[in-house]
Design a protein around this ligand. Sequence first.
Ligand code: ADP
Length: 372
Amino acid sequence: MVGGGQLARMTHEAGIPLGIRFKLLSDTPQDSAAQAVSDVVIGDYRDLDTLRAFAQGCAVVTFDHEHVPAEHLRALEADGVVIRPGVEALLHAQDKGVMRERLRAAGVPCPRHRIVTDPTDVVRFAEEGDGFPVVLKTVRGGYDGKGVWVVRNAEQAADPFRAGVPVLAEEMVDFSRELAANVVRSPHGQAVAYPVVESIQVDGVCDTVIAPAPDLSGELSAQAQELALRIAAELGVIGHLAVELFETRDGRLLVNELAMRPHNSGHWTQDGAVTSQFANHLRAVLDLPLGDPRPRAPWTVMTNVLGGDFPDMYAAYLHCMARDPGLKIHMYGKDVKPGRKVGHVNTYGDDLADVRERGRHAADYLRGTITE
Ligand code: ADP
């Protein structure tokens, strides 16, 4: 796996019971996954020679992030390296402009959008629709809301163009909530769909994921799963595909974005589904039969743990574990910095309000924003 973040760390963990020999390309020995994996190459994923040397002897290469340059992936594929998902699919997770065009061509419902050239063009885009506000996104390099701007006039529209990356304009969707439809597809064309989840963002960062999405009609839930399966098949995705969706106030689904790797909206599956997203991603890229995606409890809630003022969260384990023996803590081994995602907790049970409260309490206590 290329990339040493927490997704690689948890994918590696899922491979241990299967005895899968897991090799990692990581930027530094301190990265989350590099701390846990024994077969680590330290190197730069932007360097083709490093990638070539790393891929030697690998049955398949897969990814913790979407930042490996497409031309390098093409070169590796030409060398005969098996890359899953392949570059033609990955392009749609790398570039929001490419993704939007492809989805539009496939008839997938998306927010109104187009590539804009400068602030004056943003004003034109606004006038073509319902006016401001308009959402601007750099087509590459964004994550956790970085690279996304909500602008209300031409002056505010100047910033996104400074990065020198093409800028995509989108209508500001009046959504009632955000959902994610997660599916996994194998080279055989087998696919599984997890229950559709609700994801709650705070300041552009995913805070809570509820599985399944509360009060989602059977019809919309099936629509979301079918949409995700259709996108996976049309784009030829192998592995885990997260389709982030907006549920609009008038009951429609619009696709926000795609991730072709395990995803934060699927972390609940570690404790809440028969087969986790990480185990199924591995099975898919190895072309093994996929595991059962069904939930194990009526409700599972994933709450992200963000860094606070205390660098050592271990001290908080005593209270969290004593208060809630059912709590599942997943920490990433990252240095604690204010606002940084350093772990998550999963809680599950029959009563959604209770399951949410337990997750919220643990995340806040670990962060240090509450003390009892
Ligand atoms: P990132 O790549 O940083 O995750 P996203 O495209 O997912 O960026 O956008 C981050 C967040 O910004 C979304 O989760 C959503 O809350 C908000 N957002 C993005 N696009 C729109 C839009 N067209 N209308 C309204 N809100 C949006």
